[in-house]
Design a protein around this ligand. Structure first.
Ligand SMILES: NC(=O)c1ccc[n+]([C@@H]2O[C@H](COP(=O)([O-])OP(=O)(O)OC[C@H]3O[C@@H](n4cnc5c(N)ncnc54)[C@H](OP(=O)(O)O)[C@@H]3O)[C@@H](O)[C@H]2O)c1
Length: 216
């Protein structure tokens, strides 16, 4: 049975992984217990769990806050991700981290593939792309998985509620939502299943994983 250390276990993807990776022994410390930016806390958790796999499902991904807090964005989405990947490599654990469609500028007019050139337009996208490159540069056993519009159970205290929850909650004020963006919303459970299959495969590297079918 694989031993998995999961960071970000209370979020949407983290919750799905905890619920669906039945054949793994998962340890999912709370944010307050292990902050991805704290190398000491992460190293301690890796040593205690003797994890075969380190999954980073944590991120600073409130797009608006990333614009006003770029330092935190790069600390969490890039520098800390490199630190986690390096600790995993040194502990001979496979590293899995998530990235985003925001690394692209959206002008292609068609679904993006792994070989398309990224061109982020936001601090969030730039910080995630930096994280990708830093992980790649370590040449360790790492999967970087770009996904899009994740929805599912589980919530993060550190960002606003997912779009689906905001729509269902309604309220007195009209919701203002962009209408000219097309994306492939991805169910966290399906993403968790895809990641579970991925960690048994090779080669390591960059993958796109989304549900099929674009919506506006
Ligand atoms: N949601 C999307 O639409 C979407 C789209 C593309 C890519 N992604 C990527 O997919 C991944 C998972 O997204 P998600 O929607 O599951 O996220 P989420 O629901 O917001 O969950 C994030 C999790 O990370 C934890 N966390 C935040 N900052 C942390 C830190 N510094 N140290 C440790 N834990 C921290 C949160 O804990 P607290 O709540 O306690 O802070 C929460 O458990 C992220 O890498 C994200 O960038 C998401």
């Amino acid at each position: 049975m694989k031993r998995v250390l999961l960071i970000g276990g209370s979020g949407q993807l983290g919750t799905a992984i905890r619920r669906r990776w039945h054949d793994c022994e998962i340890t999912a410390p709370a944010h307050a217990e292990v902050d991805i930016r704290n190398g000491g806390e992460l190293a301690g958790a890796l040593a205690r769990t003797r994890a075969d796999v380190l999954v980073n499902a944590a991120a600073f991904h409130d797009v608006d806050r990333c614009e006003s807090e770029p330092l935190t964005a790069f600390e969490t989405n890039a520098i800390a991700v490199r630190g986690a990947a390096r600790l995993a490599r040194d502990a001979r654990a496979v590293f899995v981290t998530l990235s985003t469609d925001y690394v692209f500028d959206g002008t292609a007019g068609a679904p993006y593939t792994e070989t398309d050139a990224p061109h982020p337009l936001s601090v969030y996208g730039a910080s995630k792309l930096a994280g990708e490159h830093l992980v790649e540069g370590l040449r360790g056993p790492a999967f970087v998985v770009r996904t899009c519009g994740v929805y599912g159970a589980g919530a993060s205290a550190s960002r606003r509620p997912p779009l689906v929850d905001r729509v269902l909650a309604g309220g007195a004020e009209p919701l203002r939502i962009v209408a000219d963006v097309y994306a492939s919303p991805t169910f966290a459970g399906h993403l968790a299943d895809a990641l579970r299959r991925l960690i048994d495969t090779s080669p390591y590297g960059l993958y796109h994983a989304v549900n099929t079918g674009p919506v506006s």
